[in-house]
Design a protein around this ligand. Structure first.
Ligand code: HXC
Length: 520
């Protein structure tokens, strides 16, 4: 017996309708009650309207253990496909918690692998929306194999296409390692969590009592561990932040970023910055104010805003040229480099370098943070990551020293010697081995020995003044060509714009090697 065209169409319609139901209405209602969207709703809200093309809607698992053969959901619990965001092509997968709690089996993993392969081969960012109870227990080792297949692709995709993970529910056990290998992790406050072992295992092993949120919630990973890069107040905020992030990054490696639109004049003077940097070099100021005054439309997308606040990282644009900004923050820990700020900035720099995003570095750094906590924690190894990342980068690099650039930190923070392209300084810059006070104590120890009271203070003040005149300025470095130009602060935006334009076609080729060995 053959079917009419109409019957065939209605069969397809019926299947399509079934896919929309995921794990059924009751489970969808439960998802909504928890303040969460369904997998499909998230895709619809994230992508440009009507741009989604879904792959593998009718895939089903093949497992017959523990009664699973009696329970099959069309699509197998994950929605995959391609679409556009602000017109830019993306590939994505969205885990459906209404089907076995979003748990991953072999067919499900194969769908994710297929869309990842598609994204790599066709050069577009891959976005993973995570909301899952982990390995589908009934499928045993096949789910573990599925995870490993995804991990392998995460590594192959690294540095080739941007990878973005949205955590919108549970993400636990070994499953955390797929997002961990992606470039950006966005977490939703209160409804998402990530941990290797949950509170019950923690209690059994270490006797610590901790809630899910304390152990692996959005605040924990954005403020304490540095695992996540963005904290979002709710799911809408998370989807909007993802769209914003995509507006700064290209589709893949060896793809120059497109120019962004702005009406902000490139000849606008930074009048606010004229006397902004305090004369007293011990006085803090907020480096973010300089960033905001320089970039287009004050639009700054900050990366790891709540982690290692002594360094600022994020995306902005100058005259439509998108840049990754790395800046010491004198308002926190006097802008010292420490373990967390070094690893934070190193990873950000490596992302920018992999994806052709020029790096703008703003420097006000008194050095590396002293102390046993830092030394025992391996500041040598972690600080080296930052040095390595800067020295490895071949994208256009502009460095501006606003005030202190002392010691090893001067070298590390995109100095001329590790191949930044343009090195600028404000007249307030102090480029020296160390601050005047410390330097005088060491080099004039003998002269100061034996002096007391007023006599000591007078002598020391005169030695400090002398040292400051000689070294606490940018002119020695400028006379050696280590600083290309000492600029007036009010011209910052116009200067950076011009240099970015001149560096646009930079093409630096390094000797061939398999890969370097960054100090991990
Ligand atoms: C199969 C699962 C499942 C899983 C949940 N479900 N997790 N099915 N495999 N891993 C099912 C439930 O049976 C339930 O089915 C539905 O999903 C929703 O789960 P609930 O427990 O009702 O939801 P909730 O109360 O919100 O709790 C969510 C949860 C919890 C915290 C994720 O379900 C949970 O703890 N699940 C087990 C997590 C786990 O141990 N996974 C394995 C981790 S090891 P019904 O039919 O009632 O809707 C791992 C290794 C990965 O993942 C290794 C990679 C290398």
């Amino acid at each position: 017996m053959s079917f009419s065209n109409e019957e065939k169409r209605s069969y397809l319609e019926n299947l399509n309708e079934q896919t929309l139901l995921g794990g059924g209405e009751a489970r969808i209602a439960r998802q909504h009650d928890q303040g969460k969207y369904t997998a499909r709703e998230r895709v619809e809200k994230l992508l440009d309207p009507n741009s989604f093309l879904e792959f593998d809607k009718f895939v089903k698992h093949n497992c017959s253990s523990f009664g699973l053969e009696k329970q099959k959901f069309l699509g197998d619990g994950v929605v995959t496909g391609v679409g556009t965001i602000n017109g830019q092509k993306v590939a994505l997968f969205s885990q459906d918690f209404t089907c076995w709690g979003g748990a991953l089996g072999m067919a499900y993993a194969q769908k994710i692998c297929k869309i990842m392969d598609f994204a790599i081969e066709n050069k577009m960012p891959i976005i993973g929306i995570n909301d899952s109870g982990g390995a589908r227990i009934q499928e045993g080792v096949e789910s573990l194999a599925g995870y490993a297949e995804i991990f392998h692709r995460n590594v192959q995709a690294s540095g080739v296409i941007p990878q973005i993970s949205l955590i919108m529910g549970p993400c636990a056990g070994g499953a955390v390692y797929s997002p961990a290998m992606t470039d950006f992790i966005l977490m939703v406050d209160k409804t998402s969590y990530m941990f290797v072992t949950g509170p019950e295992v923690v209690k059994t092993v270490t006797h610590e009592e901790v809630t899910k949120d304390e152990l692996g919630g959005a605040h924990t990973h954005n403020e304490k561990s540095g695992v996540a890069h963005f904290i979002c107040s709710d799911e809408d905020d998370c989807l909007e932040r993802t769209r914003e992030l995509l507006s700064f990054i290209p589709a893949g490696n060896y793809t120059k970023p497109t120019k962004s639109f702005t009406t902000d004049s490139i000849t606008r003077e930074n009048n606010k910055l004229k006397d902004f940097v305090p004369v007293n070099s011990k006085k803090p100021y907020d480096m973010k104010e300089i960033i905001m005054d320089v970039i287009d439309d004050k639009h700054f997308l900050e990366y790891q805003r709540d982690f290692a606040k002594n360094i600022i990282c994020g995306f902005g644009a100058v005259g439509g040229n998108k840049v990754g900004i790395v800046a010491n923050q004198p308002a926190v820990l006097a802008g010292c480099l420490d373990i967390d700020s070094s690893t934070k900035a190193a990873r950000f720099i490596r992302f920018c370098d992999a994806f052709e995003i020029p790096i703008l570095t703003l420097v006000d750094v008194p050095g590396f943070l002293p102390g046993t906590t830092q030394e025992y924690g391996g500041i040598i190894r972690h600080g080296a990551k930052l040095l390595y990342a800067y020295a490895e980068a071949t994208v256009p690099q502009i460095t501006l020293i606003t005030r202190k650039a002392y010691g090893g930190a001067y070298d590390v923070m995109a100095s001329k010697h590790i191949k930044a392209d343009i090195n600028l300084a404000y007249p307030t810059a102090e480029i020296a081995v160390m601050g005047a006070d410390g330097a005088v104590n060491i080099i004039f120890r003998n002269e100061l020995k034996g002096l007391e009271g007023e006599e000591f203070d007078k002598k020391k003040a005169s030695l400090v003044k002398d040292y400051e005149e000689k070294f606490a300025n940018p002119y020695k470095a400028a006379s050696l060509g280590y600083v290309d130009e000492v600029i007036y602060p009010e011209n910052t935006r116009a200067r950076i714009y011009k240099y970015l334009e001149f560096l646009k076609d930079k093409n630096e080729i390094r000797p061939k090697r398999k890969h370097g060995n960054i100090p991990l």
